[in-house]
Design a protein around this ligand. Structure first.
Ligand SMILES: Nc1ncnc2c1ncn2[C@@H]1O[C@H](COP(=O)(O)OP(=O)(O)OP(=O)(O)O)[C@@H](O)[C@H]1O
Length: 378
């Protein structure tokens, strides 16, 4: 077991609130990724779970036991640090056995466990070396090995891949996913890298300013971002966001903004200021045949070639709108084009709060007398 409950957890440093009243449940076996920009409080939250930092408020429960004030070594969790924190003067074997030695595990049992873990992580041939005789990737494995050697209830990892080159990072991502599956343990993993989060997490908690903006599966946070912040953080390039007004005209729910017109659904609704979002991969140059959708009059400013895909940066009103499409793209620099997206790919957020809005009672397009559609906070 390894479920972690966080209740109203806070940490302030003098006048900085690093973690601001966070509550969440990390389920047994979750691979929970704490994701967010630099300074949003990810490491502070992780260190409080590890017992390396005391909260200024709130509680942490591990499998129902209150561990808020338990010292780090009494918590059944293991931490993997960004710089690996290996003991430089000890061999790999001794680094691996260290957590067992301080827990007074008998020598023979400890040696057997070290061999088992070294084989699992493919580092058995390195057991006699010192950390400085290892590559970055090998050091990273030893750090992971040292965490798994005593089978804790939860593994806490603070950007463990950030010191690896791009190719090794991709390979290690897959290994960590596999390790998580094999151990069936709870992982809490800090990163600011959305690709790591999207590829490894069972759930992502996206943090901003010490608070959770959204928590959900990778698909949930990508497909239905809870706020403008989430929409603008995830995706490469992230979602295009534009100020607009929704309202109705001639029995159709419409939206308009600078350089932008949209016929969304049949029906009527109250006028409201919104932020309208469309992901770059949902924009194209084919206007839907039924007339519904978003249309933007754009001029293509530049095109980036990524090999299998291209990204076009287009001017719409006073904004740059990104379009991501497989090659060959219909967009060439300097061309005037109409960009379009289907209504189901339009995201709406409250203009003031930035929170996601959803339509209630969206009528069928074939309905003869569609009623009043209501836009409400998600
Ligand atoms: N020991 C400290 N003393 C004062 N302020 C701190 C301390 N530790 C963290 N902070 C502040 O708390 C905030 C959150 O820091 P934290 O390290 O948790 O962020 P992070 O999301 O992990 O960032 P990064 O991705 O850059 O590591 C930041 O504003 C940081 O400057």
């Amino acid at each position: 077991m390894g479920s972690i409950r966080i209740e109203g957890l806070s940490r302030t440093f003098k006048n900085v609130t690093a973690v601001d009243d966070i509550s969440m449940d990390i389920r047994d076996g979750d691979f929970l990724v704490l994701l967010g920009p630099s300074g949003c409080g990810k490491t502070t939250l992780l260190r409080m779970i590890a017992g390396l930092l005391e909260p200024t408020g709130g509680r942490i429960l591990l499998d129902g036991d209150d561990i808020t004030s338990a010292p780090a070594k009494r918590r059944d969790v293991a931490m993997v640090f960004q710089n690996y924190a290996l003991y430089p003067h000890l061999s790999v074997a001794k680094n691996l056995s260290f957590p067992l030695r301080i827990r007074k595990v008998p020598k023979a049992e400890s040696a057997a466990r070290v061999d088992e873990v070294a084989n699992q992580l493919d580092i058995a041939h390195l057991l006699d070396r010192k950390p400085k005789e290892l590559s970055g990737g090998q050091r990273q494995r030893v750090a992971v090995g040292r965490a798994i050697v005593r089978s804790p209830k939860a593994f806490l990892m603070d950007e463990p891949l950030s010191n690896l080159d791009a190719k090794l990072r991709t390979a290690t991502r897959r290994e960590l996913t596999e390790l998580h599956r094999r151990l069936g343990a709870t992982f809490v993993y800090v990163t600011h890298d959305q690709v790591e989060a999207m590829t490894m997490a069972t759930r992502i908690a996206l943090l901003d300013n010490g608070r959770i903006e959204q928590i959900g599966t990778p698909e949930q946070v990508y497909d239905a971002p809870a706020s403008v912040f989430v929409a603008g953080f995830l995706g490469s390039p992230p979602m295009n966001l534009m100020p607009a007004t929704v309202g109705s005209s001639g029995g159709v729910v419409v939206a308009s903004g600078r350089g932008l017109e949209a016929d969304l659904w049949p029906g009527r609704c109250d006028e409201r200021a919104v932020t309208l979002g469309v992901r770059p991969e949902h924009l194209g140059t084919t206007v839907p045949s039924d007339g519904f959708g978003v249309r933007m009059e754009a001029r293509v400013e530049s095109v980036e070639n990524l090999g299998s895909e291209q990204i076009a940066y287009c001017r719409v009103g006073d904004r740059t709108i990104c379009v991501r499409a497989p090659r060959p793209i219909q967009l060439t620099e300097g061309r005037d084009v109409t960009l379009a997206a289907a209504p189901e790919h339009v995201h709406l957020f409250d203009a003031e709060t930035g929170r996601r809005l959803e339509w209630l009672d969206v009528p069928e397009r074939s309905e003869l007398d569609p009623g009043h559609a209501v836009l409400t906070s998600a």
